[in-house]
Design a protein around this ligand. Structure first.
Ligand code: PMP
Length: 305
């Protein structure tokens, strides 16, 4: 069955009837989201000159915990370096925890964004002033938690030789266009290939397959180095290697990984329909316990607050 939330924008928030306006952190201060404004001539608004992260915190038996915060902030720091922006990971950590506490949230999606603001609309970023913000919001998987129908995108992934595979804001136009294309054709998510029919990734998730009981993680230079992917590789000891489209069609199971989507089972790829997905179900359950601090040996992945 087609996921009802499948056409949502990548990483779209779940709608909630929030009573009080949420607090957001911006440049050192927490304020009501309604009170924060950015100038219309902000550089990032025109050119996508920013870097963001998609992070989750979870309710555990012992308070809230942000999952793999250090890895997310390290990736954000790489994006900041690519854009020649100053980024202070310790400040971002404090901002994230303060925001979650101010909003009294444990299960939440956390969105830090570092962007270029004022200083001109030229393409030289040297004169520009950068800003850091953190928002946190209620969240459910943007793939709806159902089995997803996947279609090969008619658009190619931006090659990493043109734009590094990092969470640079402008880079997401590629994902948004691909998602729109497949949504219009009635599919829940788009699969990017390269020019040689190798699998790259999806618009906001990495790709795995299961064949004869073996778990295989798709490796491709143009794919975002996903933190959920890294987590699943560590948990399963997956083989990590390039995968062709033909191999994906012939898989027993296919699943996607991402902070927002977590571990999402694939129902079909274009006109290939997959059968039952017992390995994916097992990994979904394991991941759900892991992020909530219920699997021994992974405390170092949790930043408790
Ligand atoms: N690929 C893309 C393009 C993404 O936007 C995401 C989401 N961050 C992923 C893969 C999965 O990465 P992660 O597991 O770190 O969320």
């Amino acid at each position: 069955m087609l996921s009802t939330t499948a056409a949502a924008a990548p990483e779209a928030p779940a709608t909630t009837a929030a009573a009080a306006p949420l607090q957001q952190w911006c440049d050192g201060k927490l304020a009501s989201a309604e009170c924060l404004h950015v100038p219309l001539t902000s550089h990032a608004l025109h050119y996508g000159t920013g870097v963001f992260e998609g992070i989750r915190s979870y309710a555990t038996a012992d308070g809230g915990a942000v999952f793999r915060l250090d890895a997310h902030l390290q990736r954000m720091a790489r994006g900041a370096r690519a854009l020649a922006m100053h980024f202070d990971a310790d400040q971002a950590t404090t901002a994230i925890i303060d925001t979650l506490r101010a909003n009294r949230q444990r299960d939440a999606y956390v969105r830090p964004l570092l962007w270029y603001g004022e200083g001109g609309l030229g393409l030289d970023v040297a004169p520009l002033k950068s800003h850091l913000m953190v928002a946190s919001m209620p969240w459910s998987s943007h793939l709806g938690g159902h089995r997803v129908r996947l279609a090969v995108s008619r658009l190619r992934r931006t090659p990493a030789t043109s734009v590094p595979a990092l969470k640079l804001c402008g880079n997401y136009i590629n994902s948004i266009l691909a998602k729109h294309d497949v949504s219009e054709r009635g599919f829940g998510e788009a699969l990017f290939l390269d020019g040689e029919q190798n699998v790259v990734e999806c618009t906001g998730e990495n790709v795995f397959l299961v064949k004869d009981g073996r778990v295989i993680a798709v490796a491709h230079d143009d794919a975002l180095p996903g933190i959920t992917r890294d987590t699943l590789i560590e948990l399963t000891g997956a083989e990590v290697r390039p995968v062709t489209l033909a191999e994906l069609h012939a898989a027993d199971e296919v699943f996607l990984t991402g902070t927002s989507a977590e571990v999402a089972a694939i129902e079909a790829l274009d006109d290939t329909v997959y059968g039952d997905n017992p390995v994916t179900r097992e990994l979904q359950a394991l991941y759900a316990r892991l992020v909530r601090g219920e699997v021994a040996g992974y405390e170092h992945w949790l930043t408790r607050f």
